[in-house]
Design a binder for this molecule. Structure first.
Ligand code: TTP
Ligand code: MG
Length: 365
């Protein structure tokens, strides 16, 4: 039975100084020293992150490398090596998958897991988090921190509480008090502007925010006001949403009258291809086409599919030729009237989180 919103068990897991930790792991000479990952100062580089030794000097993510070197002259700078972080990220996600199907990655190093239905560790979310962190260490020699609570908001705040290499549990009965004491700046969506506005209203903590009615908050903050009203009470019903990666896209048509042969099928190709193109263009994310396939259902309901793998860009003429070939080959397998024709693409799995971070890497020299 799926759990009600009230008794969910949500984990937020976040790797500690992720890129820097991977670099230190791979070069023991860096251990114990201040290390940052990013572009060179001469190339106007910025840092993606820094290890905890470097943070003691005031070095932080997104800081220009030149500034960081002024704050910490002995800082060791390592260039970004995205492939390594991606590999570590994949290994970590494999471990997550042993505990839940409901995994929502936020970036390469951070994810929510809904472990409400997980039966491992006697169903104890606290022990599940500890075990996951232990396995990440054994498998990757990297440390992670975790927050454990009843919803995403509280779990995320909690994972920061005992960083690095720690975990914090906020059980249901403590959520209210925990959130009441929380500075409003910790609430997801409250940026500098909103925070300043709230301070003007003598609001410093989520507890202070509870003085306002939902309507008052809506009047001041628009639609975000309604969310604030709930969040400051520790209420957050957002589900953990797995980023479903699309593996294929297809269109198909059942004919009013069966098509006798492949020539009759080919007449249908241009129209179906336009439909496929329309669906492909409508997708929010871009997927690289890694193969094409056709599906035929013969009049006796026997079905056959034929694939061709290879990288394709959208090229009408080429796709038409290649689909036509597949249709002919597929028809030869049955050589009888056809009631349905389908066309489709297979996609390469793209790691959307990694792609976002690539934008950052490009700032490198
Ligand atoms: P974070 O989880 O924000 O930071 P972190 O893992 O380095 O440190 P913490 O221990 O505080 O969690 O980001 C994860 C990785 O994403 C980080 O190692 C580098 C990369 N990153 C960027 O490329 N640009 C950025 O601005 C930030 C914040 C992170
Ligand atoms: Mg992190």
């Amino acid at each position: 039975m799926s759990a009600t919103i009230k008794n969910r068990k949500i984990l937020h897991i976040d790797m500690d100084c992720f890129y820097a930790a991977v670099e230190v792991r791979d070069d023991p000479r860096l251990r114990g020293k201040p290390v940052a990952v990013g572009g060179r100062a001469s190339g106007r580089g910025v840092l993606t992150t820094a290890n905890y030794e470097a943070r003691q000097f005031g070095v932080s993510s997104a800081m220009p490398t030149a500034t960081a070197l002024r704050k910490c002259p002995e800082l060791i700078l390592v260039p970004v090596q995205m492939d390594k972080y991606r590999q570590a990220s994949q290994a970590i996600h494999k471990i997550f998958a042993d505990y839940s199907e409901k995994i929502e990655p936020l970036s390469l190093d951070e994810a929510f897991l809904d472990v409400t239905d997980c039966e491992r560790c006697d169903g104890s979310a606290t022990r599940i988090a500890a075990e996951i962190r232990q396995r990440i260490w054994q498998d990757q020699q990297l440390t992670a921190s975790a927050g454990i609570s009843v919803n995403k908001f509280v779990a995320k705040v909690a994972s920061d509480w005992n960083k690095p290499n720690g975990q914090t549990v906020i059980p249901p009965e403590q959520v209210d008090a925990f959130v009441a004491a929380l500075p409003v700046g910790k609430v997801f969506g409250v940026g500098k502007v909103t925070e300043a506005k709230l301070h003007d209203l003598q609001v410093n903590t989520c507890g202070d925010l509870r003085r306002f009615t939902e309507l008052e908050l809506q009047q001041r903050f628009g639609s975000f006001g309604a969310r604030l009203y709930r969040l400051c009470r520790g209420i957050d019903n957002r589900p953990v949403r797995p980023n479903r990666v699309r593996k294929s896209l297809s269109v198909e048509r059942t004919f009013a009258e069966d098509r006798a042969d492949s020539a009759a099928l080919l007449e249908q190709l241009p129209e179906l291809l336009v439909e496929l193109e329309r669906r492909y263009a409508k997708q929010q994310k871009r997927y690289a086409i890694n193969g094409i396939f056709v599906k035929l259902k013969f009049h006796d309901f026997q079905t056959t599919t034929m694939e061709h793998s290879g990288r394709y860009f959208w090229d009408q003429a080429l796709l038409r030729r290649e689909f036509a070939q597949l249709i002919e080959q597929a028809w030869l397998r049955g050589q009888r009237p056809v009631r349905l024709l389908g066309l489709g693409f297979r996609f390469v799995e793209l790691d959307t989180a990694a792609n976002q971070l690539d934008l950052f890497t490009n700032a490198e020299d």
